[in-house]
Design a protein around this ligand. Structure first.
Ligand code: UT7
Length: 350
């Protein structure tokens, strides 16, 4: 058991049991909502678009199909609003009581206006403020960290963190290195204060900007504004050096998950679920193996949704919600462009 020790005047020692007795406020997930578009892009359809085949895609990535948002004039907010509305419906909260909406995304509706502000308005959270967090595939972990910090500090009581991406808007469907991997979708969680020791309990988050050359969109930012030339060269699309990203993802996701388990004295038996970013089934397997977990403790939906970037981890919660139990120890791990990566430890709250 953890103790906080305070040495006070007259050499008196006061030992206070941490968390429980101190009534430390943690940020607990109290509801989940999600959305994936109806259109299913199968490996068979991809075979008609690029030189690839179902056997290669399934054996190298584990992906069988992914969802694509085909609605004219709709962007990531369409997905996030659907997820947000489901959270409100399931939790029964009044949207006017929401304090903050964080949307983690790399495909904002617009480059300047915050997608989260639009989502907050779209779900009726008229007393909230909203902003986006951009950290590629680790974005949901960073967003969870930010939202939880506000709750732990006592500043806000109801925070929505929604991870969503319309990856089809930035993918080149003639590039077989990327188009077979990504899909559209998203989900989110409601964070509320908890004094029972449930919710987000620990995290290890890191980034390394030296990695940005290996996974990026070159044009459209401040270094290289879009021109006719950049468009002709396809620089508005995601570029990925798959092998390099793969190597870093395997090492850092596995290292982070192992570190967070050790630091919290969690054995494989103590962990109910691993929720790994869904980038590639082989990366998921490597992380699972390092954590010493059996397959049945690993949340997986990469086969049906592919890599939805910010959507993967909350979509896992959405998919597995009916299997989760109050008090379950969950380890989250992710790696993405930037590079960004990390792991979090949370106790499920319902
Ligand atoms: O979520 C953010 C982080 N992203 C990731 O974590 C993704 C990390 N990387 C990966 O998941 C993998 O590197 C990929 C799935 C992108 C690629 O798999 P790989 O096993 O690293 O394949 P590779 O790029 O080394 O290519 C192997 C072979 C090559 O052919 P040769 O040179 O051996 O003849 C490729 O040209 O497979 C070929 N290839 C394909 N064949 C059929 C590459 N893409 C395809 C394809 N279909 N779609």
């Amino acid at each position: 058991m953890l103790y906080n020790v305070f040495y006070v005047k007259y050499k008196q020692t006061i030992i206070i049991k941490s968390k429980e007795v101190m009534g430390k406020i943690t940020a607990a997930i109290t509801a989940v909502g999600g959305y994936v578009p109806e259109y299913v892009l199968t490996n068979a359809e991809l075979e008609t678009m690029v030189e690839t085949n179902d056997e290669w895609i399934v054996s190298r990535t584990g992906i069988k199909e992914r969802r694509i948002l085909k609605k004219e004039g709709e962007g990531t907010s369409y997905i996030a609003i659907k997820a947000g509305k489901e959270i409100i419906k399931k939790s029964g909260i009044d949207p006017k009581d929401i304090d903050l909406v964080i949307v983690t995304t790399i495909t904002p509706d617009l480059m300047v206006a915050s997608t989260a502000a639009y989502v907050a308005t779209g779900i009726g959270a008229t007393n909230a403020f909203g902003y986006d967090v951009s950290a590629a595939c680790s974005g949901f972990l960073y967003g969870l960290s930010t939202g939880a910090a506000f709750i732990e500090a006592g500043r806000y009581k109801k925070v929505l963190v929604i991870g969503a991406d319309k990856m089809s808007s930035i993918i080149d469907y003639t590039d077989r290195n990327t188009c077979i991997i990504f899909g559209d979708g998203g989900a989110g969680v409601l964070l509320e204060p908890n004094d029972e020791g449930l919710g987000l309990l620990d995290e290890h988050l890191r980034s390394d900007g030296a990695g940005r050359d290996f996974l990026r969109i070159e044009a459209g930012g401040s270094i290289m504004p879009i021109t006719h030339e950049t468009l002709d060269a396809g620089k508005q699309y995601v570029y990925q050096d798959g092998k390099t990203v793969f190597k870093h993802a395997v090492k850092n996701m596995a290292d982070s998950a192992e570190l967070i388990m050790k630091r919290n004295n969690l054995s494989a038996e103590d962990v109910a679920w691993l929720a790994p970013h869904q980038a590639n089934k082989r990366i998921i397997d490597a992380t699972r193996s390092r954590a010493g977990l059996d397959n049945d403790k690993v949340m997986i939906n990469i086969h049906k949704f592919g890599n939805t970037t910010n959507g993967t981890i909350p979509l896992l919660f959405w998919d597995y919600e009916d299997k989760l139990k109050k008090g379950d120890n969950i380890v989250i791990a992710a790696f993405g462009g930037g590079f960004t990566w990390g792991a979090q430890y949370l106790k499920w709250a319902y």
